[in-house]
Design a protein around this ligand. Structure first.
Ligand code: ASP
Length: 415
């Protein structure tokens, strides 16, 4: 069996849904599992519902209406002729969301986020599964939460692989299955999510637990490129890359695949194909074991909205291991992610990411014993397999605040 994953852009409107149906109906194997994201930018729109719920309730109903309208416009066009059961099913989900928001007493933003935002995937897969059926593509809809089990780290839940393996193994894939990416479930039953863009990771988890022949991720680009085509000219398609290379690239911020995707695939030696949903017949990129990157080219990776902080002791003493472990302890507590570190005798510099808006709390804690000077909204630029020309290209257009070089990789924090 094979696993496929379609992201939001590939099902963002009626035209792209028709394209999705076309691709699926051409699959040679009918034994497959298809993981689908929320439609278009619906995850962002659901995030706005949660923000409104906590911050400005006056616009809450507008935010819900926007999301509802988006889906019902698609439904109206897809199912022009008959009012199908699917309309009731989707209406029911919106009633549940409103009911949840009206009665919820839990103040944890991350908890509410997962209970609400996860509906974007449920809605999208219900619509697609239903539409495929009307096009004579028989399929079985699965609720991914019954299979992917996690802890309760809402918005970035950690997968319990033992339990997940057992539940996924109970699926006997003898038909086309449609399920959601991104969403999962804590043991106590609450919905959790795996982090933004987490559907790739979901697909990799399903693929590895089902011992799939391959995983194919359909994207709006031709495959894995050596840079983001929206940011760089003359990008090159990487036809082959190793798992190791892919892990490095995604770790540094290559957004084409979610960073956690590769590990489950590597462990089960399942090749990953990254292809264009616009031209699915093109080969795209294959990521697997024992291949040299081909063609070999410098790869540019950018991570935006970083914070660069330099920490010194108040009494001019050295920053030693004890200080570093204390600082990292707080970073762990506040769920801040360090993307680059550098230290000198009296200062310790970290380029970090404030995903959960906790930086100010971290700073408060830090400033009791240390001094911290920082720049917000900086960018981390990484070049894998750098050349002098590629370095010059970055240095020419950016103000470099920090540069770090290893054998294969150079990184810059730039303003
Ligand atoms: N829908 C989620 C997001 O936009 C997960 C995904 O698409 O991978 O982040």
């Amino acid at each position: 069996m094979k696993v496929y994953k379609f992201g939001g852009a590939s099902v963002k409107d009626v035209k792209s849904i028709e394209n999705f149906v076309e691709i699926v109906s051409q699959f040679k194997t009918k034994k497959c599992l298809i993981v689908v994201s929320a439609m278009g930018k619906m995850t962002n729109a659901f995030e706005e519902i949660v923000d409104a719920y906590f911050k400005s309730t006056s616009i809450l109903s507008d935010k819900i209406t926007f999301v509802k309208k988006y889906h019902f416009t698609i439904l109206d066009t897809l199912f022009k002729d008959e009012k199908q059961l699917i309309f009731d099913e989707i209406s029911q989900i919106f009633l549940q969301i409103s009911g949840f928001l009206a009665t919820n007493t839990n103040k944890d933003h991350n908890y509410v986020y997962d209970q609400v935002v996860s509906n974007a995937e449920i809605i999208s897969t219900k619509i697609l599964s239903h539409y495929l059926k009307t096009k004579n593509v028989n399929n079985v809809w699965l609720d991914a939460r019954e299979y992917i089990k996690t802890d309760k780290s809402y918005r970035r839940a950690n997968v319990d692989f033992e339990q997940t393996k057992t539940t996924i193994k109970s699926i006997h894939v003898n038909a086309i299955y449609i399920t959601q990416g991104f969403i999962a479930q804590a043991k106590s039953g609450e919905t959790t999510t795996l982090g933004r863009e987490g559907s790739d990771y979901s697909a990799a988890i399903f693929a590895s637990c089902l011992h799939a022949k391959s995983l194919t991720i359909f994207k709006d680009v031709a495959g894995v490129l050596n840079a983001d085509p929206k940011r760089f000219d003359n990008t090159i398609l990487l036809e082959k890359i190793s798992y190791k290379e892919a892990i490095e690239m995604t770790f540094y911020g290559a957004s084409v695949i979610h960073p956690k995707t590769i590990r489950p695939l590597k462990n089960a030696a399942i090749p990953l194909y990254v292809k264009s949903f616009v031209n699915p017949n093109l080969t795209g990129t294959v990521i697997k074991n024992n291949v040299q990157m081909h063609p070999k080219a410098p790869c540019f990776i950018e991570k935006k909205t970083q914070i660069l902080i330099s920490i010194t002791t108040k009494d001019f003493s050295f920053i030693d291991e004890k200080n570093i472990s204390e600082i990292f302890g707080w970073m762990h507590t506040f769920r801040l992610k360090a993307n680059l570190i550098q230290n000198t005798a009296i200062s310790f510099t970290i380029c970090l990411e404030d995903i959960f808006n906790t930086f100010s709390k971290f700073l408060e804690q830090l400033q009791v014993n240390y001094k911290g000077k920082y720049n917000t909204d900086v960018k981390l630029v990484t070049i894998r397999h750098f050349t002098q020309d590629s370095i010059a290209e970055i240095e020419k257009i950016n103000k470099v605040l920090l540069k770090q070089t290893t054998r294969e990789t150079v990184q810059f924090v730039v303003k």
